[in-house]
Design a protein around this ligand. Structure first.
Ligand code: ADP
Ligand code: MG
Length: 698
C-alpha cells in the first residue's frame, strides 16, 4: 500500500525534484535565486525549464501555464501545450527558459482599475521562483506575478512579495541592533484555517441563488439549526469523511500540509487547517486548497460553499490567519525567549505588532472587506468590524508593569534585569483563549480572525507585513541613533504601550457594550460595511506608509480602491437581480398556485357543506395573498433602487447607494418571502428549504 510519505509532494517541483533533476551548478544558482532573490541567468533558466518540463511530462503533463492571482480574487491560468512540430511530421515537447520566466496572457479582461488602458491590453506574468511549480490535471502550473507593461502590479502576489521584502529588511535592522550578525532574512509565515460548507449537488442545483451568488437569498429558519451545538467537533458523516480523505490526498500530492479537519458549529460546516508555511507559499496553497475543495466535492456529489454567509441565521464561514515572523534560521521572533535579553527583543517585536494594528486598524479592516464578509463581521459569531487585540493575562501584566515602572510579579515570581533595571523576564504564556477577539496572541503567533472564508489571504498579509515593517522602521531609526541602546529601547517600549493601549481588549468582543466603549471611549474605528471602509485605503497616512515602504504606488492604490468597490457593487447587484428574478419566476407563482388550489378546495367543501366556516383556508388565502402583494411591491422597490445606481457620479457614490438603498431593500424583500415559505405547503415551495439543504448530507 502506498503511504502518505510515498506520494507527499509528488506533484510539486520542489527542492527534492530540483536536486534530482538539475546539475549541481544549476541547482546552486537556482537555490540562490530562491533564497536570496538574486536574478536568474537565462542559461540557468533554460536548464531549469528543460528539467521542469521533463519532470512534468514524466508525470503525464501535456501543457504549462503561468498561474497567477489577478485582482478578481481567484486564480487565473491560460494553458499552452509543450508540443512543437518536428520537420518529419512528429512533435517534440519543448519548454524554454524564456517561456518559464515570462508570459504574456491576453489580460485585457482582468480588472486593472484604469491602470492598463485597453490599447495596451497586454500585461505580463513573471515567474516567482520562491513558490514551487506544480501539476494540476495535465498542466504544469508555474506560480507567477502579474504586472502591466508600465510595471504596475495587477495582482495580489506582487505586493505580497514586496511586503515580505520590506518586513524582512526592517526586522533585520532590529536584529542587528540586538547583536545578531548572521541573520540574512526574516520571513513571515502563515497557517490559514479554512471554513466551508458542504451540501449536496442535488440541493444546490435547485437553488438559483446558490448557483448565481454562492449564498441563499431567501430561506426561513429551520426548526433545528445550530441551537444544540451538536455538530461542533461531532462525528464526521461517512460521505463527508470520504470527501475529506480524497481532499487530503490531493492536497498532500501538491505538497500542502493539510493537518486538521473537524466539523464546525453550524450543520454541514467544516474546517481544514494546514501546517503553516512561508506567507507567499501559504497564499498560493490556500488558493489551491479552495479550488481543490470544490473539485473534490463535485466528485462526491457535493458542492463546497466558500461564501462567508451562505445561510442567514446560521454561522458564517471565516478564515483564521495565523501569522508569525521568524529568522532564516527558524527562530520565531514572536516567541518569548529564555533570557531577559531575548525577552526584550520579543517585547519589541510584540510592540511593533501592537503599534501596527492600532495605527493601521483601517487597513486590516479593508483587507477583509467584501460584500460577503459584511454579513459576518459583527454578527454574533465572528469578531466585530472593530479591530482590537487580545494578549492574555500574563502579557498584559508584563506590559502594565513596564508602563507603570513597577516590578513585575509574574507566574514565575522572578524579576530579572536587562543591563539597567528595565524589562522583566517571563515565560511563554499559558494563555486562556479568547474566541471573540479579531486579533489574538496565541503564544508564539497572532491569529487574525476577521477574514472571510473566500478571501485571498494575500491582502491581509500585505497589510500586516507592511504595517509591522513600518513600526520596525521607526524603531530602528531611533535605536540606531540612540546614545544608550537600553534606555532608548525601554523608553520606546513604554511609549508604545502608553500610546497604543486602547487597541488591547481582553473582554468579550461580541458584547453590545464593547461597541460603545470601543468607539466612544477609545476612539477605535468601526467601519461596518465595505462601502464604509474601502475609500480609506487612500487616506493620507495609509498612502504615505504603503508608498513610503514601496509596497504600492499611489496609482496602484487608487486602482485597487476602485476594483474593490466595483467588486462590492457588482456582487450586490447580481444578488438583487437574482432576488427579483426568483420572486417573479418562482416565489410569487408558487404562492399563487397554492392559494388558488386552496380556494378551489374550499369552494368544493363549501358546495358540499354550506355551513362550514373554512377558517383555515380563508385566512391562509387572505394572508398569503397579502404577502404576495407585499413581495411584489418590495421587489419593485428593489428594482427601482438598482435602477437608481445609474445616477451615481462615481464608484464611491455608487457603493454608498448600494449600502443605503439596495442592501436594505433586499432585506425588506426577504422578510415576506420567508414568512410565506413557512405558510406554504411543502410540495408547492419552489426550492429546497434550509432544513433540506443543511441536513441533506449523509
Ligand atoms: P490551535 O489554534 O488549536 O492552537 P495551532 O496552534 O496548532 O492550533 O495552530 C493553528 C494554526 O496556526 C495552524 O495552521 C498552525 O500551522 C499555525 N501556526 C502555528 N505556528 C505558527 C507560526 N509560527 N506561524 C504561522 N502559523 C503558525
Ligand atoms: Mg484557530
Amino acid at each position: 500500500m502506498k503511504t502518505v510519505s510515498d506520494y507527499f509532494g509528488s506533484l510539486v517541483f520542489d527542492d527534492r525534484a530540483m536536486r534530482a533533476s538539475l546539475s549541481a551548478e544549476v541547482y546552486a544558482s537556482l537555490r540562490k535565486t530562491i533564497d536570496e532573490g538574486s536574478t536568474l541567468d537565462i542559461s540557468v533558466a533554460n536548464a531549469v525549464a528543460e528539467a521542469m518540463k521533463n519532470w512534468a511530462v514524466s508525470k503525464g503533463a501535456t501543457h504549462f501555464t503561468h498561474w497567477f492571482q489577478p485582482l478578481t480574487g481567484i486564480t487565473a491560468e491560460k494553458h499552452d501545450s509543450f508540443i512543437s512540430p518536428s520537420p518529419d511530421g512528429s512533435v517534440i515537447m519543448e519548454f524554454s527558459g524564456k517561456e518559464l520566466i515570462k508570459g504574456e496572457p491576453d489580460a485585457s479582461s482582468f480588472p486593472s482599475g484604469g491602470l492598463r488602458a485597453t490599447f495596451e491590453a497586454r500585461g505580463y506574468t513573471a515567474w516567482d521562483p520562491t513558490s514551487y511549480a506544480f501539476i494540476k490535471g495535465k498542466t504544469l502550473c508555474i506560480p507567477t506575478a502579474f504586472c502591466a507593461y508600465g510595471g504596475q502590479a495587477l495582482d495580489k502576489k506582487t505586493p505580497l512579495l514586496r511586503s515580505m521584502e520590506v518586513l524582512s529588511r526592517q526586522a533585520v535592522r532590529i536584529l542587528r541592533l540586538f547583536g545578531n550578525d548572521t541573520v540574512k532574512r526574516v520571513v513571515s509565515s502563515v497557517g490559514p484555517e479554512q471554513e466551508y460548507f458542504l451540501i449536496t449537488r442535488e440541493m444546490y442545483d435547485q437553488r438559483p441563488d446558490l448557483r448565481f451568488t454562492g449564498r441563499t437569498l431567501f430561506g426561513a429558519k429551520p426548526p433545528k439549526g445550530q441551537e444544540l451545538d451538536d455538530h461542533y467537533f461531532g462525528a464526521i458523516k461517512p460521505g463527508v469523511a470520504a470527501f475529506m480523505e480524497e481532499l487530503n490526498e490531493e492536497l498532500w500530492k501538491l505538497g500542502i500540509l493539510a493537518k486538521t479537519e473537524h466539523n464546525e458549529v453550524a450543520p454541514a460546516q467544516h474546517e481544514l487547517a494546514p501546517i503553516y508555511t512561508t506567507t507567499n507559499l501559504a497564499t498560493d496553497q490556500n488558493q489551491l486548497t479552495m479550488e481543490i475543495m470544490q473539485k473534490v466535492a463535485a466528485r462526491h456529489g457535493f458542492v463546497c460553499l466558500l461564501h462567508e454567509k451562505p445561510f442567514e441565521g446560521v454561522n458564517g464561514s471565516g478564515k483564521h490567519n495565523n501569522w508569525s515572523i521568524s529568522t532564516d534560521s527558524g527562530v520565531n521572533l514572536l516567541s518569548p525567549g529564555e533570557t531577559p535579553y531575548e525577552n526584550a527583543q520579543f517585547l519589541l517585536f510584540l510592540c511593533a505588532v501592537i503599534k501596527a494594528v492600532d495605527d493601521y486598524q483601517d487597513l486590516l479592516r479593508i483587507a477583509v472587506a467584501t460584500a460577503g464578509n459584511d454579513h459576518r463581521l459583527g454578527a454574533n459569531e465572528a469578531p466585530p468590524a472593530i479591530i482590537s487585540m487580545f494578549l492574555g493575562d500574563e502579557l498584559n501584566a508584563v506590559l502594565a508593569s513596564i508602563e507603570s515602572d513597577t516590578p513585575y510579579q509574574g507566574a514565575q515570581k522572578t524579576q530579572m534585569k536587562l543591563g539597567v533595571d528595565v524589562l522583566p523576564k517571563f515565560n511563554r504564556d499559558t494563555t486562556d483563549r479568547n474566541r471573540t477577539s479579531p486579533f489574538a496572541f496565541t503564544g508564539n503567533k497572532f491569529e487574525f480572525r476577521s477574514l472571510g472564508s473566500s478571501n485571498s489571504i494575500a491582502c491581509t498579509n500585505i497589510m500586516l507585513n507592511s504595517a509591522v515593517a513600518e513600526s520596525l522602521r521607526i524603531y530602528a531609526d531611533r535605536l540606531e541613533q540612540a546614545a544608550d541602546f537600553e534606555t532608548e529601547l525601554h523608553e520606546m517600549i513604554r511609549k508604545t504601550i502608553r500610546d497604543h493601549r486602547r487597541i488591547i481588549f481582553n473582554g468579550n468582543g461580541y458584547d453590545e457594550s464593547w461597541v460603545k466603549e470601543a468607539t466612544e471611549g477609545r476612539g477605535l474605528l468601526n467601519y461596518r460595511t465595505t462601502a464604509d471602509c474601502i475609500p480609506h485605503l487612500l487616506d493620507e497616512k495609509n498612502v504615505k506608509m504603503l508608498t513610503g515602504l514601496g509596497v504600492f504606488t499611489e496609482e496602484e492604490l487608487k486602482s485597487r480602491r476602485d476594483i474593490l468597490l466595483e467588486n462590492y457593487c457588482r456582487t450586490v447587484v447580481i444578488e438583487a437581480n437574482t432576488m427579483i428574478n426568483m420572486v417573479h419566476k418562482r416565489i410569487a407563482p408558487a404562492i399563487t398556485r397554492f392559494t388558488s388550489d386552496l380556494a378551489e378546495e374550499a369552494a368544493k367543501k363549501k358546495a358540499l357543506f354550506p355551513d362550514l366556516a373554512l377558517k383555515y383556508e380563508s385566512e391562509l388565502v387572505v394572508r398569503l395573498s397579502a404577502l404576495t402583494d407585499s413581495i411584489i411591491e418590495k421587489s419593485n422597490q428593489l428594482e427601482t433602487a438598482v435602477r437608481g445606481l445609474s445616477e451615481a457620479k462615481d464608484i464611491i457614490a455608487e457603493s454608498e447607494l448600494i449600502r443605503d438603498t439596495v442592501v436594505p431593500k433586499m432585506s425588506e424583500l426577504r422578510k415576506p418571502c420567508d414568512e410565506a415559505e413557512l405558510l406554504t405547503a411543502k410540495s408547492y415551495w419552489p426550492f429546497p428549504t434550509y432544513g433540506d439543504i443543511l441536513f441533506s448530507v449523509k
